[in-house]
Design a protein. Structure first.
Lengths: 316, 316
């Protein structure tokens, strides 16, 4: 297989694009794809300041690399969740992010959840009995809260995450199997900001996981290979397996599923009749000030209070 | 495994309903399910006259059996397509339908496509170059036309087909992968009649294929086991395989995908803004009188004319 652009030996063949590329041309192609998505979905402009949420994995570090190469002003945000899992998962992740930022002279914000919340994420899940055995629900809650807080406090114009096409399609598939029209209506590569909420964008939404992995490898980015030890429910993995089979049979099926969904969405498919199921009225949380649906404390602040109460009860 | 109703040895276990039943109780359960669908989707009432399209297979003969047992006035319609496929497929199918009807004293309409169109379905596909290699498209066109004609001429209140849950879910899945909102908006267990179109209903839409097969077997209905030799494209089969894997992992996934789709549809998900993409204006075909989108002859009549012209050209 030869590179379409220069005829050298190809490093990657992307069947769904009928495109094989050598390493150097693939390293040009990925930023072009990201730039196309940034423009197509109006994610941000060249003068905007972007905050990239980085986990130390291939997607988010690859995204940060690409945004900086494209000339955007992009700072990083690492949220330490206190996850060990026998591999010092969080420590390892922080090291990768710090090394990446220092080598490039980039600014990295860090949040340490065990200090903020008073307990690591797995501990919080146990103490508050949220999410049964799995800490994923409280982890998502915490990350959303802290990403939004740092983006707003830092005056960033957009919060970027490294979600790739496989991530987006698995979520889309899960929501489609239940026809969860509310979630479907809110799934987009770019969510506009609202009062109290930073805009959220996913510039890698059109790249398959194998493409983001190839980018990080060929670019020589050192990233954490391990998945989070608590990672992803069986359902999400099962859906990814099914979608991989589909893609193997019909190269391009994932991209086409996602893009045709976005077109239908843009054409107004999930627009709710006025009033009905539309955005609920928001109130500022009495503790942190972030918007929340019910008056009083937001779920994050209630969780934090509950952790403190539980810890005090144990201490007494 | 014991029958939930009587404790006898179960003949079938339906994991997605957490229900195991013995043969006699399963033979009661299937008509109850069909009756629920008939009422839930307002398919027809006890005094209506129903035309059941029968192919000689388990689904359509099982449906006819069930409708008659439920006390409905149901006649059959067999459309002979002139398909041989090395197994005298159409002849065999007609024999099964005739034997079924005669044994029960039921009325069976028959249409012979080779006489009506001047050629068998595979011949029509070749002569008209419709559908490349595959006669499925012209076969569907012909069946829709003839089913509608016989239903209207006979003054039937509804045209019933034996589509089961697997059929419905495979079509739904295919249309969802492309977000074909037009097709999605028209997929329903009961389509109301419009001027020139008989109402169409699918009382078996909530039964898995293994349940309709078990019904036919346990009821002792003699049916054609062979699939149509031209049957179903690779895509449809591939989708059915994927959906079978999904169902094996998550019993109930098919039913839930289908029912949540129907609920979203009923809630107005695919309702088109007025005018836009809504039902096109229809004109009566200048030859057969059935409604068609463009003035002049309908596609079926144009196909029939083309077959005659081709045959004459060959003869000359």
């Amino acid at each position: 297989m030869k590179c379409r652009k220069c005829g050298a030996t190809a490093a990657i063949n992307m069947r769904h694009h009928r495109l094989a590329l050598c390493g150097p041309h693939f390293l040009e192609w990925v930023p072009e794809q990201a730039q196309r998505a940034i423009e197509r979905y109006r994610m941000f402009s060249p003068t905007d300041r972007v905050l990239v949420a980085v986990s130390g994995g291939k997607d988010s570090l690859g995204l940060w690399d690409v945004l900086v190469r494209l000339g955007y002003s992009a700072d990083g945000l690492y949220i330490g969740l206190g996850i060990d899992g026998g591999v010092a998962y969080s420590d390892q992740s922080l090291t990768r992010c710090r090394t990446f930022a220092e080598a490039r002279g980039l600014r990295l914000h860090t949040v340490d959840v065990p200090s903020e919340l008073g307990a690591s994420i797995p501990e919080v899940a146990r103490l508050t009995h949220r999410g049964q055995q799995k800490p994923c629900s409280v982890c998502g809650l915490t990350k959303r809260h802290e990403m939004n807080r740092v983006a707003l406090e830092g005056g960033y114009d957009a919060l970027a995450t490294g979600h790739n096409l496989d991530d987006e399609v698995a979520v889309l598939f899960g929501n489609t199997l239940n026809w969860s029209t509310g979630y479907l209506g809110r799934q987009a590569p770019a969510l506009e900001g609202r009062p109290g909420f930073a805009p959220k964008v996913k510039p890698f939404c059109r790249l398959l996981e194998r493409e983001t992995a190839a980018y990080a490898l060929l670019r020589g980015i050192e990233y954490v290979y391990d998945e989070c030890p608590h990672a992803e429910g069986a359902t999400n993995l099962m859906h990814k397996n099914l979608l991989n089979r589909l893609e193997a049979e019909r190269p391009g099926a994932k991209l086409s599923f996602y893009l045709s969904f976005l077109r239908a969405r843009e054409a107004g498919l999930f627009v709710q009749p006025e009033g009905e199921l539309s955005q609920p009225e928001m109130h500022p949380c009495s503790s942190c000030g972030q918007p929340t649906t019910a008056p009083g404390e937001c779920t994050y602040c209630r969780t934090r209070r509950r952790v403190r109460e539980q810890k005090e009860a144990i201490r007494d």
